[in-house]
Design a protein around this ligand. Structure first.
Ligand SMILES: Nc1ncnc2c1ncn2[C@@H]1O[C@H](COP(=O)(O)OP(=O)(O)O)[C@@H](O)[C@H]1O
Ligand SMILES: [Mg+2]
Length: 359
């Protein structure tokens, strides 16, 4: 084994039955198997809350394994997602290459208020809305058109999003805000509900990034329902919301619209400083596209949208995992050098996605 082939695959370990957290542990085993099948020596490291409470606990744990690269699947803990930022920060200070995005990007994207404002100031379309803190006033919905959508400011994976997240009147809004602010005191985002199709686009590498594919969500919720991806749709496999929300390939997306999805997503990734891999979620509403959010280090489990998009691009699971490690070991510049960009392979098997670099 070459010394540069030892990869610590790091995930958070906590006592929980939350599906999104358990999914990361399953994903870790898949990544380890994939990397080992390609000649890497991949092994797990668990990060616990205790590691953060001990002086240099996290750093010492990582250093004692002396990996050449960390495959970063750490997403914080169920009540402390912000620790994913701290963890990336520690890796940066240690100078160990790690997969995915830097702490600055994780911080910018995790805070949906900051993310909305950053994207908006850069001229990218975001839904009209605002951040609501526990001391909010009666004018909280001023200038916004109902129905409104309420989501936690500092969560991801649709945590805190369920069938009650769309509200039709100020009374309903105030009731929901009071209830949800008790669980999410860091704040909520209140946005106009964007009725329309939902898309996402996955990317790899440095700007201008290699597009994996564009997908749309097929909601089979029946007439009269305003569909969106709540927690159950993403994680509760037995729920009807899960069964009725399917990410599908891009067939049927008008080429002009698709081009615009790719352009906006690429710009959004650049503005947030993304590198390594990321996915942008968007919605179309009244003929316009809006960025819902940029997901640095999205779920890459075998059944994830990102893994399926990479497969459509022509990369098998193990190949994607290896590419993420290689990108990390190459130092992940924010901008790709022109020469290496020109050298990007476009797989013949990529089908419709095989020409996406030009998109
Ligand atoms: N303004 C909105 N209008 C309609 N649906 C929304 C809006 N914001 C979020 N959603 C729905 O909620 C889901 C999760 O919201 P998102 O902002 O992507 O946060 P998360 O980080 O939890 O994925 C989206 O995939 C979408 O279905
Ligand atoms: Mg999302």
């Amino acid at each position: 084994m070459r010394p540069d082939r030892s990869v610590a695959v790091v995930a958070g370990r906590e006592d929980t039955d939350r599906e999104d957290v358990l999914d990361v542990l399953r994903c870790r085993q898949t990544v380890i198997d994939a990397l080992c099948s390609r000649g890497f020596s991949a092994f797990p490291i668990d990060i616990t809350r205790d590691d953060f409470s001990r002086s240099r606990g996290v750093a010492r744990k990582i250093l004692s394994a002396s990996p050449s690269c960390v495959f970063n699947l750490f997403e914080g803990f169920s009540d402390a997602s912000w620790l994913e930022i701290r963890f990336a920060d520690i890796l940066q200070s240690l100078g160990i290459p790690f997969t995915g995005n830097r702490s600055e990007t994780l911080a910018l994207c995790l805070d949906k208020d900051l993310a909305r404002r950053t994207l908006g100031q850069a001229g990218l379309p975001v839904a009209p809305g605002r951040c609501v803190l526990p001391d909010y006033g009666p004018d909280v919905a001023e200038g916004l058109l109902f129905p409104l959508f309420v989501k936690p400011r500092m969560e991801d994976s649709s945590v805190g999003i369920d069938s009650r997240s769309v509200v039709d009147s100020p009374e309903e809004l105030f009731r929901l805000l009071d209830e949800r602010l008790a669980s999410f005191p860091d704040g909520l985002i209140v946005e106009e509900f964007l009725e329309g199709r939902e898309f996402n686009a996955g990317f790899l590498g440095s700007y201008p990034y290699e597009l994996m594919a564009v997908s749309s969500i097929d909601f089979n919720f029946g007439q009269g329902v305003r569909p969106f991806l709540g927690y159950d749709s993403k994680w509760e496999h037995e729920s009807s919301d899960y069964k009725n929300s399917v990410s599908i390939a891009e067939e049927g997306i008008d080429p002009k619209l698709r081009k615009e999805i790719v352009r906006i997503s690429r710009e959004a990734g650049k503005i947030m400083g993304c590198r390594g891999y990321f996915r942008v979620d968007l919605r179309e509403h009244r003929g316009r596209l809006f960025v819902l959010e940029v997901n640095p280090n999205p779920d890459i489990n075998t059944d994830s949208g990102f893994a399926k998009q990479s497969a459509r691009r022509g990369y098998g699971y193990a190949e994607t995992a290896v590419r993420l490690v290689r990108i990390a070991m190459n130092g992940r510049p924010l901008y790709e050098e022109k020469s290496s960009r020109e050298g990007i392979r476009v797989p013949a098997s990529g089908g419709k996605d095989g020409c996406l670099l030009e998109a």
